[in-house]
Structures are given as structure tokens and as C-alpha cells.
Design a protein around this ligand. Structure first.
Ligand code: ARG
Length: 571
């Protein structure tokens, strides 16, 4: 990859010139905007060396540029020092060759098998049984799916894991409530609201009848002890809830390899806790609880068993991490879970270290999704907006836009366009933000065909497809006919696709990939608005330009595909 070539030549020049430097220097490679006079890439190494060598960054940069120019690789046209930066200009021949290569591979460009044989577990979505999926679950579902796609494209064997919340004392309460007031038909008709209703009623009644609390505990105990009736109810609640979740996943095109939730680890907990006690890692806490002290990590003690003997979320996570490592031998285990659970994952990481697990949890945290007034997303009646509401609202809005834009389309086509655009818009809105930032939802922006949005990218793709369809078969291509600034800018951008994917994987980010695609669309739109392509009289240049457009279209499609977003040939 080109970045390695550049960094490699900087390293060589640095050691050649300044043999005596002893501290590790840091260099960062910066991509310059493509038509800038400052080259295509810049390296800032001179700033770091200036202090140590007692010279100005510009003098050092000049020396480095001179040294690199002496024996620069063919891919580099020239190197210049400006303002302390070492600027690299790619050679036109290299750029054209790159396009020829990328064009050949276009549908698989960016894919690699560097990570072949390596496994990674990506845990995402994780809704809770008998509760609706809220907007936070939408963010983990979409982010997790995209990261899983990105790892897959790098050759990893990805285990997509939906760790559902299907265990805990709340199920005792739910069973108690169902036995008191439940109606089978109602649960079957609309399972999640019916179950939520029962749970809420239980909490209201408890205020008047405190003895209910005990009843909930008893039912949970019975469930834990394998009571047939309670087990059957619990399994039924789970089945009905999963049906609902599946419906959402189907709509969003989300898949999992495993839907294995907290209950799966229940059997491991007793032996785990007693082993930890025996080894002196866990100790008795207040009132018969069991804790692990984490003072040396500067963390509050972790509660792993409650005083009433009930197991906990954290204990299940310890057992589950242990199982994941042993069973799959993954390189990493990612948990796509909101910022709010940071302490939980810090404690889990500390415990993994104490227990000398081969790996710790990699908490890929993310921020909130807020309404337009920066408050919690709510319906007009003030009810919190759920996952499903958002999806249907997006589809509804897109339907209106499509009806306006494409009155000619058949009903079937309209539905398909509206869905693809709506889901794309929703996913892109989430993925284009840095995952640590809060997202303020803005429907207008999200669905704007001219903004930084999925519809804009989908529209660009459809436009390119239609040019390619009109052009028909592409004959002999001469890439040497390309050389205009705009053409070279697009190619230089295309070259960065593999690096962009690698960066996403390294930092668990998607915003860089989204921005990459947006810039690619901008460059290409500008190009074909200003250039006649199909009508170009120079046959081999026409073909080369069509090849360029066809490559861009392919990269847009695969890049959006990594984000879980589909394209349309016609919008
Ligand atoms: N079900 C939990 C929730 O909705 C998230 C689970 C996160 N994963 C984990 N391994 N703890 O808040």
C-alpha cells in the first residue's frame, strides 16, 4: 500500500541522515486534499525531530526531502519540504497504473485475506426479552453489523453474536404477573407490549401489595431450579420476543451467527463463583454478598453474587467471555455497547486480567441518539421513540419523497426504492458520525438527496449506472489518455480505499469510511458534470473515462455494502 511506501522512505532517510537519534520518533501521514499544491501526502516527522536535533523543522524537512529525492521509489514523482512538512507527489504513471489494477479488480477491490484464519467475535444488538428495542439498540445493531462486514472483508472469520438479555430476576416478576393477570391471546397478538404491560402493572401493584416482591423472587427461584411450568412460560416469552426482533432484523437485513443470551451461562455461575472464592480472588462482602476487589485497577469492587444468592449480569459476562475465548480462540472479542456501560466493561477487563484470560473484552462504546431539540427522542404524546418507530417513520418519509420524484414508477418499484432509501438513510446517519458522539436526529438532512446522506450516495450510484448502461460495451481502454486534474483526483481517492477500510477496522470506526464515500461521490459528480464522457470523440479516452466511472460505481457499491446499505440501479 502506498502509505507504507511513503513511511518506509521517510524512515530510511531519517536513519541515513540522523544516525544518532535515540528516541523513537513519531510520524503521522496526512492525506492532502487531492488538488492541493502541497502534494498528495504529507509527513510531519520533522516537527518531532526538531527539538532533539536543535534545528528548525523546515531545515530538517528539507534535508529529508533531499535525501528521499536521491533514491525515491518510482511511485513518487517528487518530494518537497514546505513549512516543516515533507510533501509527497505521486507520479502520474503510478496513478494510471493503479487505476488499471483497480479497474480489473473493481468488485473485489478492498477485499483482502490478510487476516485469513483469524477469528473475531463481534457482539451487537443484544436486546432484552419481553422489552422493546429502543434507539440505543438500533445504534449497536447498525454499527455492529457494519464492523462485522468490515472485518469479513479483511479476511477474518467473524462470529456475529446476539447476546440477548434473557435472564435475571425480572423474569420472576414477569412470570408472577402473567400468572396473576396474563392473557395468552393478548401476548400472542402483540407480545412485547403485552409483556411490558404486565411488568409495569406488577411494579404498580407492588406499591399497594409489597408481598408481591416476594412472589416475584419465588417465581424466579423456581425458574432457576428448573420448574416445568415456569420454564415453559419463560421459553414462550422468549420465543414471542425473538419473533418480533427477527422481523426487525429481516427488515434491516441484519444477520447473526449466534443468538446466545445470558441464560446460556447460568449453569456455569455457581462453579465459577466458588472457584473464585477458593482461589481467594473473590471474597465475602456485605450481608452475604460476594465481591471481587479491584482497588489496584482503581475501580470499585465488582459484585458477583447478591446477598440473596442471585447471580448477576457481570458474573454472566465473566463466564461468557471465558467460554468465548476457549471455544473460538478469537483474536478479539468486541462488545458494541453504549457508553453508559463503561464501568461494567472496565470491571470485566480487570477481572479478565486477574484471571489471566488470553484476552480482555474490547468495549466498542457509542453515544446517544437524541431528538432534534437534543432531548430524548419522543413521540408527540411524549412516549419514548422505539427502534421500530424510527424505522417506520423513515420509510413513511421516503415513500412521500419517492411518490414525488418518481410518479412514473410502479407501486412495487416505489416500495422498493422507498425502503432502500429509508434504511440507507437511517444507517448512514448513524454510521457517518464518530461512534463516541451523540447523534442529533434530523430527518430532513438524513433524506436530503444533495447532502451528506445515503440517498445522495445512492443517487450518485444510480446516475453512474445509467451513464454506463447508456454507453454500452466498453472497448479498448488506454489509461494513458487520463491525466486531467479531476481524473487524477478521483483515482488518487480510489487508491485510498483499502487503507480506509483498514483504519476502520483498527479503530472500530465507520465515520471515516462514510466520509471517504461521500468525498468519492463529490469528486465523481463534479467530474461528470464538467466532462463529456459518452460523447468524447477520442474513443480510447472515452473508454478510459467510462472505466474510471465504472470503478467509482463499484467502490461506492462495495463501500456502502460494508455499511450495510444497498444501492439501486435506478432511483
Ligand atoms: N442487553 C443489554 C442491554 O440491553 C446489553 C448487553 C451487552 N453485552 C454484554 N455482553 N454485556 O443493555
Amino acid at each position: 500500500m502506498i502509505k507504507e511506501v511513503i513511511i518506509g522512505s521517510v524512515r530510511r532517510a531519517t536513519t541515513n541522515l540522523f544516525k544518532k537519534i535515540n528516541s523513537e520518533f513519531q510520524e503521522t501521514l496526512i492525506e492532502k486534499s487531492s488538488n492541493s499544491q502541497f502534494g498528495d501526502y504529507a509527513v510531519n516527522v520533522a516537527f518531532g525531530l526538531a527539538k532533539e536535533l536543535g534545528k528548525s523543522p523546515q531545515i530538517i524537512a528539507q534535508a529529508l526531502a533531499g535525501e528521499i529525492n536521491k533514491s525515491k521509489p518510482e511511485k513518487i514523482e517528487r518530494v518537497e519540504a514546505v513549512g516543516g512538512y515533507v510533501n509527497f507527489f505521486l507520479s502520474v504513471g503510478f496513478i494510471r497504473n493503479q487505476l488499471a489494477e483497480i479497474y480489473k479488480k473493481r468488485d473485489s477491490f478492498g477485499r483482502s485475506n490478510l487476516a485469513k484464519g483469524k477469528k473475531i467475535i463481534v457482539e451487537y444488538s443484544q436486546p432484552n426479552i419481553a422489552k422493546p428495542m429502543h434507539v440505543g439498540h438500533l445504534r449497536t445493531t447498525i454499527l455492529g453489523d457494519a464492523l462485522a462486514n468490515i472485518y469479513e472483508t479483511l479476511g477474518y472469520k467473524v462470529i456475529r453474536w446476539n447476546y440477548i438479555g434473557d435472564w435475571g430476576t425480572q423474569f420472576g416478576k414477569l412470570i408472577a404477573a402473567y400468572k396473576l393477570w396474563g392473557d395468552k391471546k393478548e401476548v400472542e397478538r402483540d407480545p412485547i407490549p403485552a409483556l411490558v404491560g404486565l411488568y409495569v402493572k406488577f411494579h404498580e401493584e407492588i406499591k399497594k401489595h409489597p408481598e408481591l416482591d416476594h412472589r416475584g423472587q419465588e417465581e424466579f427461584k423456581k425458574l432457576e431450579d428448573g420448574d416445568k411450568e415456569n420454564q415453559k412460560l419463560w421459553r414462550w416469552f422468549k420465543k414471542e420476543s425473538l419473533k418480533e426482533f427477527e422481523r426487525m432484523y429481516g427488515l434491516l437485513g441484519i444477520k447473526f451467527d449466534l443468538t446466545t443470551g445470558e441464560s446460556f451461562f447460568e449453569g456455569d455461575l455457581r462453579p465459577l463463583v466458588s472457584d473464585l472464592m477458593k482461589r481467594g480472588i473473590a471474597e465475602p462482602g456485605e450481608g452475604g454478598a460476594i465481591i471481587i476487589k479491584l482497588d489496584r485497577f482503581d475501580l470499585p469492587p465488582a459484585l458477583i453474587r447478591k446477598s440473596d444468592g442471585a447471580s448477576l449480569y457481570l458474573t454472566r459476562d465473566i463466564a461468557s467471555l471465558k467460554y468465548r475465548i476457549k471455544k473460538y480462540e478469537p483474536e478479539k472479542v468486541l462488545y458494541i455497547v453504549d457508553n453508559g456501560q463503561s464501568l461494567h466493561f472496565q470491571q470485566l477487563a480487570a477481572i479478565a486480567e486477574i484471571l489471566e484470560f488470553k484476552l480482555g473484552p474490547e468495549h466498542v462504546r457509542y453515544g446517544l441518539i437524541l431528538g432534534e431539540n437534543k432531548k430524548k427522542l419522543a413521540t408527540r404524546e411524549g412516549r419514548a421513540i422505539l427502534f421500530e418507530d424510527l424505522v417506520s417513520q423513515a420509510i413513511e418519509l421516503a415513500e412521500k419523497i419517492v411518490a414525488d420524484k418518481r410518479p412514473d414508477a410502479s407501486e412495487k418499484e416505489k416500495t422498493e426504492i422507498a425502503r432502500t432509501v429509508a434504511l440507507g438513510a437511517l444507517k448512514y446517519e448513524i454510521l457517518k458520525e464518530h461512534r463516541n458522539s451523540d447523534i442529533v436526529f434530523d430527518w430532513k438532512r438524513m433524506l436530503d438527496f444533495r447532502g451528506n446522506s445515503a440517498p445522495y450516495l445512492q443517487y450518485t450510484y444510480a446516475r453512474l449506472s445509467s451513464i454506463l448502461a447508456r454507453a454500452g460495451r466498453v472497448g479498448r481502454i488506454d489509461f494513458n489518455t487520463l491525466g486531467e486534474v479531476m481524473e487524477l483526483s478521483i483515482i488518487k481517492h480510489l487508491i485510498n480505499f483499502p487503507d480506509t477500510i483498514a483504519d476502520s477496522a483498527k479503530m472500530y470506526l465507520t465515520n471515516n469510511l462514510a466520509l471517504y464515500l461521500y468525498e468519492l461521490a463529490n469528486l465523481t459528480n463534479r467530474f461528470y458534470e464538467k466532462t463529456s464522457i459518452i460523447k468524447d470523440e477520442n474513443e480510447s479516452r472515452r473508454n478510459a473515462r467510462l472505466a474510471l466511472i465504472s470503478t467509482t460505481a463499484s467502490i461506492l457499491k462495495s463501500g456502502l455494502g460494508l455499511l450495510g446499505i444497498s444501492v439501486l440501479e435506478k432511483i
